[in-house]
Design a protein around this ligand. Sequence first.
Ligand code: FES
Length: 106
Amino acid sequence: PKVVYVDHTGVERVVEAAVGESAMSAAVRNGVPGIIGECGGNVSCGTCHVWVRDEFLADVGGPGDMEDDLLDLAVGDRRAGSRLSCQIPLTAQLDGIVLDVPPEQV
Ligand code: FES
């Protein structure tokens, strides 16, 4: 699936990800600025925070309990679409998903 990462200036970076790969891993592998993934996807750093665009929220779903707590501590505003990208496994259904990267992380 394709994943579109948009930075705070509106620059889009389109990445081709593998099914089952996380949106954090696809970003790090392709050098997308602002998605750091310091803890390697263990829900303990919050440096993979993204805002999922509204139209994809239903398919992505909400955060789990640990993720929910960590999102309160992540840099960047907490919004309705806030998710930790390491907790978003990519599927064919999510092809074309658009994720905004908080400016504080870039
Ligand atoms: Fe650390 Fe996602 S990579 S919480």
